[in-house]
Design a protein around this ligand. Sequence first.
Ligand code: ZN
Length: 316
Amino acid sequence: MFQLKYKELPYGITCIESWYQSEGIACCYLLESNGQFALIDTGTARTTPLIMALLEEHSISKEQVQYIIPTHVHLDHAGGAGQLMAELPQAQLVIHPFGARHMIDPSKLQAGVITVYGEEAFNQQFDELLPIPEERVIEMEDGMLLNLNGRTLYLIDTPGHARHHLTVWDEQSKGLFTGDVFGNGYPELHSSNGRYLMPVTSPVQLDPPVWHQSIDKLLSFHPERVFLTHYGMLENPKEHAEQLHRDLDAYVDIALSLNSENRYENLLEQITNYHLKNIQKHGCDISKQDLDRLIAPDLVLCAQGLEVWLHKQEKA
Ligand SMILES: [Zn+2]
């Protein structure tokens, strides 16, 4: 049903199209080091056959994949982890400690996702989450090093978008695999001012102050590039960090300015207007239809996550 699409990047990195929602929305990465491989993010279960087809096309045996590293347990990043682990006998799953139990027993995670997306959308976009044997799971710690056959991967705790979010620092590419913590930036959404990035404040563990700290923590590595799950390689990430900070502050200002009546609808409207204005200012030349396809689902997640965050603030 979905076609294998990928792009060879420098530094032994392959960017694989995940076919999440539509083309160009989400990807995952295959890293090579002296005949051993790691996957960072997995896409959904629908992505697994494509990853297996890529391995076959490149004559990579199933035994050569050493690590599967979802940046966090949102399903566009980890939904295919169970299926991949079942296919790849030598692989170990590397995951944030707050995400580990959801990979070992995914029943609660699956129920939670159905609550957010609804049963129909779940069945359309995802497949059943498969449990992963506990003995094949490595819980990361902040600063932990993984040795991918001579290539060092450094694991960084980066909460904010979610408490269970990690980022991978790859010394060889001077690059960070940032999952969702460095925002979403679709290649189609660009102008002579560069790519347009936006933080997506998905439910249910959003923590804006902590997210700010994680962005600064990532910059302390002096990355020359980031590898976004949404989407692809982005050079000179430092230039984008200030805007991500400003966006998060703007979201919080909007959220705190609203009263409880129709709050979700107002959040969605105001955050949509905020980005439409900024995208226009950025000078992006894109049709309304393409813009909708790219960011409308993200804007819904932004409003949902902020609504949940506000609710928690009120309860605290
Ligand atoms: Zn996420």
